[in-house]
Design a protein around this ligand. Structure first.
Ligand SMILES: [Fe+2]
Ligand SMILES: [Fe+2]
Length: 285
């Protein structure tokens, strides 16, 4: 029996503000890095305000996600060694991870597994961006972390319909967004974009997450970035890393064309991700 759910957008907006506020520390960091006078000292001041957050950042900076050979013992050393951009990305990583902890488990879904998937996509899309010289690799990492936050919203606010979506996907490969649109009247791409917009993230971030399963529909200026997220998402999904389902999605010729690569390049990236995944999996043990 289909569980249909008509979303009351006004109600959802109100609830989202209460249950998914932008992590305060994330707001402060974003404000600071957009400040033309931002410096290592000013960022250090924000990050050191919260000792447990400082510990989290140092643990991440010394983990294999960031591939830094030298160990960092304090925030100042992290900023000096890794640079402002990477420390910003680590700080966002640390602040967003808490959101994934609050969600309840439901049919075939857990916040922890979705977090693992999101980190996997972050690591993979960062690798793709470096290989294809697409721009700031840390910004790509952030896109990976945030692309599926809409799934959290779905499972938090519409658990029955969200369960029905996952149940339907066990019946056979299907496109997640098609099933969501049928049963929910919207999909997690739209919900991810909504949350990013609520958090006043750059419009480019909102747009990329909104089209991450439909890169061909993304505005031309962001199509390559969106295709990179699609590619990384498909690689991580097919590797069965973290939350995954019987997806009807493949690395299509169209995506390869947008990225300007061949099938064989995508295969190399898949192999690279498998190697990286073995390393980062240790963090989830
Ligand atoms: Fe997605
Ligand atoms: Fe995803």
């Amino acid at each position: 029996m289909a569980v249909e759910c008509k979303i009351e957008w006004e109600d959802l907006n109100r609830k989202m503000e209460k249950m998914f506020p932008m992590p305060q520390i994330m707001a402060k960091i974003l404000q600071e890095v957009n400040n033309p006078n931002a410096s290592a000292a000013s960022l250090e001041k924000i990050l050191k305000n919260d000792p447990s957050f400082t510990l989290k950042i140092l643990a991440l900076a010394n983990s294999s996600y960031y591939g830094v050979a030298a160990k960092v013992a304090n925030i100042r050393a992290a900023i000096t060694l890794l640079g402002l951009n990477m420390v910003k990305s680590i700080a966002l990583h640390a602040s967003v991870s808490d959101l994934f902890r609050v969600t309840a488990n439901s049919f075939g879904f857990s916040g922890t597994e979705l977090w693992k998937h999101s980190v996997g996509v972050g690591v993979c899309v960062k690798m793709v961006s470096r290989r294809l010289h697409l721009g700031n690799a840390e910004d790509y990492f952030t896109l990976g972390l945030l692309h599926d936050v809409g799934l959290l919203i779905e499972h938090q606010f519409f658990p029955e319909a969200a369960d029905a979506v996952l149940k339907r996907l066990t019946l056979g490969p299907a496109k997640l967004t098609d099933v969501e649109r049928e049963l929910l009247g919207t999909d997690h791409e739209v919900l991810s974009a909504l949350l990013c917009r609520k958090w006043s993230l750059p419009e480019s971030v909102c747009t990329v997450v909104k089209f991450h399963h439909h890169p061909a529909e993304a505005p031309e200026a962001l199509r390559r970035t969106t295709a990179a997220v699609y590619l990384a998402n498909t690689i991580v999904q097919q590797a069965g890393y973290g939350f995954h389902y019987r997806s009807g999605e493949n690395i299509t010729g169209e995506v390869l064309k947008v990225l300007g690569i061949e099938d064989v390049d995508a295969q190399v990236m898949q192999e690279d991700f498998h190697r990286e995944a073995a390393e980062i999996s240790l963090q989830f043990a």
